[in-house]
Design a protein around this ligand. Structure first.
Ligand SMILES: Cc1cc2nc3c(=O)[nH]c(=O)nc-3n(C[C@H](O)[C@H](O)[C@H](O)COP(=O)(O)O)c2cc1C
Length: 306
């Protein structure tokens, strides 16, 4: 849907709509990313990719929770060298910005994968420093301002494209990490990744997931994500992709009012279908018209006014 009401610019990228695909939901293939773009997404984020291939965890890796999912897939990925060909193909197919999600075990790994992703055609990289279920990456970096600063500085030195940092809600004060990312030169933030969680089966009397701990996503985490966006908006000047539990246009509008310049949708794409983006975009556009606004930008952070 191309509609000036819905056009947003975030970190120098022009998005035809303010709803993007969140990382990890539809895997890696160029064709699935294209489906989502055709379904109305204004940008797509790939599943996180690292230096080397990883098989991920054994099953079960995903379990249904009340109003959401708990997953511990373990960052399965083909490794950046294998993925560059598919990325180049995705770039040639996609009518919207291609954001590559990157993870690593060291700052140098983040920088190397980011460089290769940009060379293959990424319009931006999103640093997954917030995966709650893989040790020595994700949370360890995203919970430590010093490590986070090092990662962002090294990636910024390696690429000329926007660097987006995806923050974890699994911290005492998310604004400390947001400020560290901003001071290190990040161009935008994604707020939030999944919330640490456990599911237990009373018959087997064991945890359901093979990894025991996983990350909760979907409607159950929306109020947590909104609080994080609200706090981060007051703490830094960086544009924010709001993410967590967005299913319909009302959810998206709540995130814009809290301070997000655009949103990412994950779990709802899996449970509904790629046209969820069109449905959200239509609803946002008619809300803006009904309230006599000329663009999404006019409502970003509005609920912070006295
Ligand atoms: C099955 C699954 C896999 C995910 N994989 C990734 C990933 O590879 N990288 C990442 O940064 N986030 C990953 N996420 C987190 C989502 O991108 C998103 O931050 C989170 O699910 C909250 O949004 P939602 O409630 O709209 O799903 C994954 C989420 C799910 C449910």
């Amino acid at each position: 849907m191309s509609n000036s009401l819905l056009t947003v610019n975030i970190a120098g990228m022009n998005l035809g709509s303010p709803t993007a695909l969140a990382s990890g939901i539809l895997g890696y293939t160029a064709e699935s990313l294209r489906l989502v773009a055709e379904g109305g997404a204004g940008a797509v984020v790939t599943k996180s990719v690292g230096v080397a291939p990883r098989p991920g965890y054994p099953n079960p890796t995903v379990v249904q929770a009340d109003s959401g999912l708990i997953n511990a897939v373990g960052l399965p990925n083909p490794g950046i060298d294998f993925y560059v060909e598919e990325l180049t193909y995705a770039k040639s197919l996609l009518p919207v910005p291609l954001i590559v999600s990157v993870f690593g075990y060291t700052a140098e790994e983040y920088a190397l994968v980011s460089k290769k992703a940009v060379e293959a055609g990424a319009d931006a990289v999103e640093l997954n420093v917030s995966c709650p279920h893989v040790k020595y990456t994700g949370s360890e970096i995203g919970q430590n301002p010093k490590l986070l600063t090092d990662v962002v500085c090294k990636v910024k030195a390696a690429v000329q494209k926007p660097v987006i940092v995806k923050l974890s809600p699994n911290v005492t004060d998310i604004t400390e990490l947001a400020k560290a990312a901003e001071n290190a030169g990040a161009d935008a933030l994604t707020v939030i990744n999944t919330v640490r969680a456990v599911a237990i089966n009373v018959e087997t009397q064991r945890a359901v997931l093979s990894n025991i701990r996983g990350g909760l996503s979907g409607p159950a985490i929306k109020p947590i994500a909104l609080r994080c966006v609200y706090d981060v908006f007051e703490a830094v000047k960086l544009p924010i992709f709001g993410c967590g539990g967005i299913t319909d246009w009302r959810d998206a509008v709540e995130f814009f009012l809290a301070g997000a310049s655009a949103v990412q949708v994950g779990t709802a794409v899996g449970s509904e279908d790629p046209t969820v983006f069109q449905a959200i975009n239509r609803g946002v556009a008619s809300y803006l018209k009904r309230k006599a606004y000329g663009s999404v930008n006019e409502i970003v952070g509005l609920c912070h006014q006295d």
